[in-house]
Design a protein around this ligand. Structure first.
Ligand SMILES: NC(=O)CCC(=O)C(=O)O
Length: 272
């Protein structure tokens, strides 16, 4: 859970040091926050964006170098990605050999308006991704979503159906929806699907334009909090035993008890 500043090079240096510390502390998988190389704002995204596919991305290069040198899988939070005329909110996933194993472009953009509390419209600058992302790593099958993606249970269900062990959500909830929903959503995605959920937020900076809630966590398949932190910058660790997925699914075989004859994901638009 990193502190993020306006200086991109400093953010990259800082993330590199944090990955090094986490790997030296025994991590096999490291998860970074949403938009860790820039302030979270529509004004910043175009300025800090990098072209990952063109190989013109110092942030991604650092992640790849660190994955290789520390032999660690990295779920690289997210950065603004430039691709042609479009910008995306993108998470790169690196294997421990430094290879790019996957790239998740945030599918559900954060466009909300809670009057007097929080208004944000990512779609002013960003384009949504059009694919789900599942990667096989040395530390299991990982599904990736970014922040607002966590609000869509269909995505997590699809990941569960694809055999994902853990869903990683880099995310930056805010001071209104954070206390109301952040922990609830993490637990819900874990319990509904009987798998692990890991989240990573920026640390809270009360003087930032967008104030992140923090409270990154790792949740087990029974909804148990395996590790979590508060608002400050922190590197924290969890021991994850995927055997618990099987055990919980044996205890409560939700998948076999599902009544697919009564409900299907056909048209789930709210009726008002
Ligand atoms: N960066 C985001 O997607 C924020 C999502 C959020 O705060 C929410 O309430 O959802």
């Amino acid at each position: 859970q990193l502190s993020i500043c306006a200086d991109k090079e400093q953010n990259i240096r800082h993330a590199r040091e944090a990955i090094q510390t986490a790997a030296d502390g025994g991590s096999k998988l490291v998860l970074l926050p949403e938009m860790w190389n820039c302030p979270y704002s529509n004004a910043s995204f175009p300025i800090y964006a990098e072209d990952i596919d063109a190989g013109d991305s110092p942030s991604s290069k650092m992640l790849s170098d660190m994955a290789k040198s520390k032999e660690v899988t990295i779920i690289g939070g997210s950065i603004p990605e430039r691709s042609g005329n479009h910008l995306y909110n993108t998470c790169c996933i690196y294997g421990k050999d430094g290879s790019l194993k996957g790239k998740h472009r945030k599918v559900h953009l954060f466009d909300i308006d809670i009057p007097g509390k929080i208004q944000f419209k990512e779609s002013d600058t960003l384009t949504p991704g059009d694919k789900y992302t599942v990667v096989d790593t040395d530390v299991g099958r990982i599904g990736v979503g970014i922040c607002y993606d966590i609000r869509f249970p269909e995505m997590a269900m699809t990941y569960a159906a694809r055999g994902v062990h853990m869903i990683c959500y880099p995310g930056a909830f805010n001071m209104t929806t954070g206390p109301a929903h952040w922990e609830l959503l993490q637990k819900a995605r874990a319990v509904d699907n009987q798998l692990f959920v890991a989240t990573c937020s920026p640390a809270r900076n009360p003087s930032a334009g967008y104030v992140a809630w923090g409270h990154s966590s790792v949740i087990g398949p029974f909804g148990e909090i395996l590790a979590s932190t508060g608002r400050e910058e922190a590197i924290f660790y969890a021991d994850i035993d995927y055997a618990q997925i099987k055990e919980r699914r044996m205890n409560m075989p939700l998948d076999h008890q599902r009544r697919g004859d009564l409900y299907q994901l056909v048209d789930l638009t709210f009726t008002t």
